[in-house]
Design a protein around this ligand. Structure first.
Ligand SMILES: Cc1ncc(COP(=O)(O)O)c(C=O)c1O
Length: 386
């Protein structure tokens, strides 16, 4: 049984899908009694279950996606001050992890339909200072993994993925998690597979995996005394791993429900001129972490912000996501002023995108209610469907 998260919002944009506490009580007792509350048997089982499913050699559980990104970038040993090409249309944690490592984000534009890193645009940004390409799985849609790998091979660059939103996604049949030098996942409350809070780094590189296991525990040597690396305190607790195992075991069910939700939104909303959905190419499976629409103000009678406000007054929470694009956030504007206005696609998507409510245990009736409110907004603007 799934305990429905009781958000205080009437229609929350997300709502973590968690087990009924009764269902996991015995396991919780076991953890409490064991005296081993962090990196114990549930963490190990979670790592094995996910790495088997992804067909990747190693999965290393972390306290969050952000700590995983920080540690993976650090473990790769990229020279300080070197340039890493990453999208501007992403969540801030992608680029924050570069800053924490003294690396320079070079923001790149995105594909207009999939919203993922544009590989051709990325190639034009490569200089002698570039050391890595760092694409992001956007709302569950992986980018052109073949093109990214080709760039990395041709220019001898590291390739790491922020796949925080991509647990469950695939590219040409292969699970996201087994690409490049390493990938990082988040299991925060907004993710399809949630640990409540947590993260995961995946890699086929044995040395990197060993280093990451030690780095999440301060950088200790396996003897527990000597310090080998500049690590973090980024271990996953057994309770978080238990929740994540419960959540991961039901991944197919969550994605199937999200597909049904997205189809209903599409059926109800794509009839409106100027409303479009993120494109999922046939070679990709999306985890469907978010359902995001674009409202093109040149065609639509209402713009994104009007709809955002309209829904807010009707207790429907939406999210301008990702907005502003990173190169227009105060922190990054200060760091890289020359990027301003060089990323037209990212800016357009960021100004038009709106994430609508979707979570794994959401019922289709709720989608209908939300779409009815959207119909009213269009109606009030004079747009009436036949
Ligand atoms: C694209 C992306 N990167 C990184 C993160 C950070 O993950 P966490 O919140 O687990 O630190 C998130 C979380 O929302 C994300 O969406």
């Amino acid at each position: 049984m799934v305990a429905i998260g009781q958000s205080s919002l009437i229609h929350p944009v997300m709502n973590p899908t968690l087990p009924d506490p009764e269902e996991i009580l015995d396991d919780l007792r076991g953890i409490f009694k064991s005296g081993r509350v962090t990196i114990g048997k549930h963490v190990q089982a979670l790592e094995e279950e996910i790495s088997d499913w992804m067909e990747v050699k190693h999965a290393i559980a972390m306290s969050s996606g952000t700590s995983g990104l920080m540690l993976l970038l650090h473990a790769l040993g990229l020279p300080k001050g070197s340039e890493v090409i990453t999208p501007s249309f992403t969540f801030a944690a992608t680029a924050h992890a570069l800053l924490w490592n003294g690396l320079r984000p070079v923001f790149c534009d995105s594909e207009p339909r999939t919203f993922t890193l544009d590989a051709e645009a990325a190639e034009k940004l490569i200089t002698e200072r570039t050391t890595a390409i760092y694409p992001v799985c956007i709302f569950g849609v992986p980018g052109d993994m073949d093109a990214y790998q080709k760039l990395a091979d041709n220019y001898d660059l590291a390739l790491i993925f922020d796949s925080a939103q991509g647990l469950g996604s695939r590219f040409k049949g292969k699970a996201v998690g087994s690409f490049g030098n390493g990938e990082v996942f988040s299991m925060s409350p907004t993710k399809v597979v949630t640990a409540m809070e947590g993260g995961l780094v995946t890699t086929n590189d044995d040395i990197l995996a060993h280093q990451l296991r030690q780095m999440r525990d301060y950088g200790k040597a396996p003897d527990g005394e000597d310090m080998l690396w500049r690590g973090l305190s980024a271990r996953m607790t057994e309770v978080n791993a238990l929740i994540a195992r419960w959540s991961f075991a039901r991944l197919d069910k969550w994605i199937a429900n999200r597909c049904a939700i997205m189809s209903l939104y599409q059926e109800r909303l794509s009839q409106y001129p100027g409303v479009s959905f993120q494109y999922i190419p046939p070679e990709c499976v999306s985890s469907r972490n978010y359902v995001v629409i674009l409202l093109d103000p040149a065609i639509c009678r209402i713009n994104r912000d009007t709809l955002y406000d309209w829904l807010k007054t009707r207790s429907v929470q939406t999210k301008r996501y990702f907005y502003p694009a990173l190169h227009n956030q105060t922190l990054y504007k200060r760091l890289e002023p020359e990027t301003l206005s060089r990323l037209p696609v990212s800016e357009r998507i960021a100004s038009q995108s709106l994430a609508l409510p979707m979570y794994s245990h959401m019922e289709l009736a709720e989608v209908d209610v939300i779409c009815n409110y959207i119909d009213e907004c269009f109606f009030q603007a004079g747009v009436i469907l036949e």
